[in-house]
Write a protein of this length. Structure first.
Length: 366
């Protein structure tokens, strides 16, 4: 992997820097990070284009074990905790005086903690290392979405591209209806998975052994600790919790927007015995846009991720036969927010890909 590409993954830290710059500059500068994500990155993605190069097969095991790539995700874990604490302090200083400053700053923080933070948590949560799994859960605590650690790995990756998966968008379903199902049904399913696991182990579901109970309490305890740390009579006591939970909602909403984009309209074929075909690179939308993949640790190479969930982000492959998104996630999110535009944009692409590739080449990945 080239030196420039190795360095590129550190660009993720640009977004929190812009959030801080916007905050201290004040006024409409609080929208700086938002404009950077949805305007500038989209433009640069279009200008620079795709990077479809893959790590050579004889180098994959070597690149996978390079500590450099894990180091970036480890650093982000500590950074995210510090960033959330700083942002909670920031809202107590009285510097945000207008509604548009509050909105711009809160969305910007959610872009950092969700767009990048949950992406890192997703990467770490798939690994066998207990340390990486712990880091994943710590990041998810800062956005009140800890159940994702259970539901994503044991639910979504098992049921993806089937009607049983709440995080797979159905063809014709708008993103707003999808959000409610994915958030609430996914949360309930995480409880079910954890309860079934504890029952098999002969443990009580009403105990500290139940991770879902811990996941329910820990974000609140974290927020309470920050309140104690930064409480000031200059602002109402509820300022920090309202901000903390709002940025969390923005963060996991961004995750669900990405979920919507990644699997929209794709359904695995069902065998005569009722089982579904094995997950392969044809069951996720792929995007190999160079710049947005730097910021998202190659999450957009989602087709290979679902086929090989344990692979580290630096060695994920571009797969030609996978359905290809025309733009990176920032642009696709904006399109998804306007359902008629999304349907008009995606349905012809979905139909063409299914006819030209999916119906003929599924056996290639069997």
């Amino acid at each position: 992997m080239t030196y420039l590409k190795r360095l590129g993954f550190f660009t993720a830290f640009i977004l929190p820097a812009l959030t801080a710059i916007g905050y201290y500059a004040g006024g409409t500068w609080n929208w700086l990070a938002i404009g950077f994500v949805f305007i500038l990155i989209t433009f640069i993605d279009f200008w620079i284009g795709l990077d479809t190069r893959n790590v050579p097969s004889d180098q994959v095991s070597i690149v996978s074990e390079e500590f450099y790539y894990r180091f970036i995700t480890y650093v982000w874990t500590y950074f995210q905790v510090g960033f959330v604490i700083w942002s909670c302090y920031a809202v107590t200083t009285g510097k945000l005086t207008t509604w548009y400053e509050w909105i711009g700053f809160t969305i910007s923080v959610g872009l950092v903690t969700g767009g990048i933070g949950i992406t890192v948590a997703h990467e770490l949560g798939h690994k066998k290392s207990k340390l990486e799994q712990l880091y994943s859960q710590v990041i998810l605590m800062t956005v009140c979405y800890m159940h994702f650690f259970i539901e994503h790995n044991r639910g979504h990756h098992v049921q993806v591209a089937t009607p049983a998966d709440p995080a797979t968008a159905r063809k014709g379903e708008n993103v707003y209806a999808f959000w409610f199902r994915s958030v609430f049904v996914g949360y309930a399913h995480a409880w079910q998975l954890e309860n079934e696991s504890l029952t098999r182990q002969g443990l009580s579901v009403f105990s500290w052994h139940n991770r879902m109970i811990r996941y329910l309490l820990l974000p609140g305890l974290f927020c309470a600790a920050v309140i104690v740390l930064f409480f000031t009579p200059l602002v109402p006591w509820y300022t920090i919790p309202v901000f903390f939970f709002t940025q969390s909602i923005i963060a996991f909403t961004l995750l669900e927007l990405v979920n919507y984009i990644e699997h929209y309209g794709i359904v695995r074929k069902q065998k005569p015995n009722g089982e579904y075909e094995r997950v392969n690179p044809l069951h996720s939308w792929n995007a190999s846009h160079l710049i947005s993949n730097f910021f998202l640790f190659q999450l957009q190479r989602h087709s290979d991720h679902h086929a090989n969930a344990i692979k580290r982000y630096q060695v994920l492959d571009h797969v030609d036969d996978s359905p290809q998104l025309p733009f990176g996630y920032p642009a696709m999110i904006l399109i998804a927010l306007v359902p008629p535009l999304w349907f008009r944009f995606m349905h012809p692409r979905l139909a063409a890909w299914q006819k030209q590739v999916y119906l003929q080449h599924t056996s290639k990945f069997s």
